[in-house]
Design a protein around this ligand. Structure first.
Ligand code: OAD
Length: 255
């Protein structure tokens, strides 16, 4: 962590910390990633289960896919990586540092670990909305009694509130995330950085002179641009966040 300490010393004052997570942070909770060997996209056809066209063709197939994931996720718990980030959020609050966690994950584990300021860029598996009247429904039962589920108001189809391929991200969330990338430190965890527009975020942060730390079990195509820390999120994140928290305390004492 000497590299990290040296990089932290170069920051005049830490005012804001951002985190960007992908499915790799939930891997140690037992949730499969998407593109690793044996990952979700090895076993399912993206076009069929993660596009609006796929949903229109066969809503039951899409809901069966999401219901299976919901059942699996319900049985899991946040891991040490998630908890390290919730601890960092609490420490940031105590030291008057703005903390925002942007996640591509739809599993809700960051909330369950105690993070509060979370931007769910790709939606949330526990939320659904009607394709006709837009009514949002919290769907927590697993497995679902009826597939595909219908709207209680107009009896049209509900769809999962997740962003599918070819769909834009929610504009408000995206604009907020752009602002968040104007930070002093960005920690990027467990993402292949292959899906846009999120893959741009670390470069936006770099352009804003942020220190960008990347945690992954293997290098991504962008790793050479960042302070790359190789290892599992559940093992390495706590060391990184403790180092940053020590620095926040020092900073507070000096002021
Ligand atoms: P990917 O499957 O593309 O990448 C997962 C990353 O996590 C890889 O770079 C792995 O090396 C890394 N990884 C695996 N285990 C890890 C661990 N224990 N600790 C740290 N890193 C680990 O998943 P995402 O980048 O999340 O979008 O994929 C982005 C988006 O593509 C998802 O949100 C989803 C998917 O299609 C939609 O469904 C719209």
């Amino acid at each position: 962590m000497d590299r990290l300490k040296r990089a932290l010393r170069r920051i005049n004052r830490i005012r804001s910390i951002a985190v960007l997570t992908g499915s790799g942070i939930s891997a140690e909770s037992g949730i499969s990633t998407f593109r690793d060997k044996g990952g979700t996209w090895d076993n399912y056809d993206v076009e069929q289960v993660a596009t609006y066209e796929g949903f229109s063709n066969n809503p039951s197939l899409v809901w069966e896919f999401y219901d299976k994931r919901r059942c699996e996720i319900k049985k899991t718990s946040p891991n040490n990586g998630h908890f390290a980030l919730s601890k960092l959020e609490r420490a940031s609050e105590q030291n008057n540092v703005i903390f925002t966690l942007c996640t591509q994950n739809v599993d809700g584990l960051h909330h369950r670990a105690g993070n509060k300021n979370v931007l769910e860029l790709h939606g949330n598996l526990w939320d659904a909305f009607c394709i006709n009247c837009g009514l949002h429904v919290l769907l927590t039962e697993t497995p679902l009694k009826t597939i595909p589920p219908k709207c209680s108001k107009c009896n049209n189809l509900l769809r999962p509130n997740v962003v599918w391929f070819g769909e834009p991200l929610c504009e408000t969330t995206l604009n907020h995330a752009f602002e968040v990338m104007d930070c002093d430190i960005l920690i990027v965890v467990g993402t292949s950085l292959l899906v846009y527009p999120v893959a741009y975020f670390p470069f936006l942060a770099l352009r804003n002179n942020a220190l960008v730390i990347e945690v992954n079990i293997e290098k991504t195509e962008a790793s050479d641009c960042f302070l790359f820390v190789q290892g599992k999120a559940g093992e390495t994140l706590s060391v990184i966040t403790e180092t940053i928290m020590d620095y926040l305390l020092d900073q507070n004492e000096k002021n």
